[in-house]
Ligand binder design. Sequence first.
Ligand SMILES: *Cc1c(COP(=O)(O)O)cnc(C)c1O
Length: 359
Amino acid sequence: MRKYNFCSGPAALPEAVLRRAQEELLDWGGRGCSVMEVSHRSADFVAVAERAEQDLRDLLSIPDNYKVLFLQGGATGQFSAVPWNLLGAGSRKIDIIHSGQWARKAIAEAGRYGEVNLVASAEDRNFSYAPGPDAWQQSADAAYFHYVPNETIGGVEFNYVPEVSCPLVADMSSSILSRPVDVEKFGVIFAGAQKNIGPSGIAVAIVREDLLERALPDIPRSLHWKIAADAGSMDNTPPTFAWYLSGLVFQWLKEQGGVEAMAELSRRKSQLLYDFIDRSDFYSNPVARDSRSRMNIPFVLADARLDKQFLRESEAAGLLNLPGHRSVGGMRASLYNAVPVEAVEALVDFMADFEARNG
Ligand SMILES: *Cc1c(COP(=O)(O)O)cnc(C)c1O
């Protein structure tokens, strides 16, 4: 029996996708073996890979002058790949918005290769909001501008796309495919798969073609976007099963009505939970209203001594993976695309009942 899973990542996958993978696991389409057991260069696997790319292109309306790369090393690998690939054209200045823990990691890594300028920081209010453009301190000649549209741990989401004159780089690990995006506003979009795409072990990078020519000369081969692009993301053996499963998720998303439908669903799901939290004195969410994430909703109890009991009882009620990130405590419900409305309804019902018994 499948329970409701609010894990922040690796996160819930659509049940229909898991069933299809299960059906095909031992005998993939009559081939007598699984998709994991064939060459990545075989026509059969290349068809899987190409279909996944095309479906992602369709879902996000990715223009032809962008390459779609399927990479290894997770989103963290891209924290290194971004500076290695973009700092070779002259300027080594990097503009970054410090919005929380994932920005912090990107800043630390970028600082090893370039000169980081913090355009703005939300540290003054414990990363509880997305800094608006009014107070930005941009460099005149940055090689690129990095930001995290959705901070997975803090539950902070930008409700706007920065307008900048250099290439805009977005770490969309926890919000990709949850709403339409205008890809043309970005130089690079990257995401680890394990939140809103598929299983862990694969990352996606969407890179504007002209940015493939800016790599530092001594860039490690495995981080080189141009080499990956020229090789169809198969310079070496890719994570074939993760790629296949991500492709099944893309097909599922199309069947569900694509990113427009996901945007509406995300709005409904998150509003259900925020409305409940806002009506209650027992629960609270620390994030500024205009920066609240639709994907990751942290909340705390007025009396933190009840946390353990809350987590024990919610798990017993079939609501999995609600503990907040180890660095912040409290609770967090991640409402990615594969989490159905019914899961949020069950969570709110549980929270109301817990409050009635303990409030
Ligand atoms: C999870 C996450 C990462 C890290 O992803 P890995 O694939 O584990 O490296 C980076 N950025 C954001 C926004 C995330 O949510």
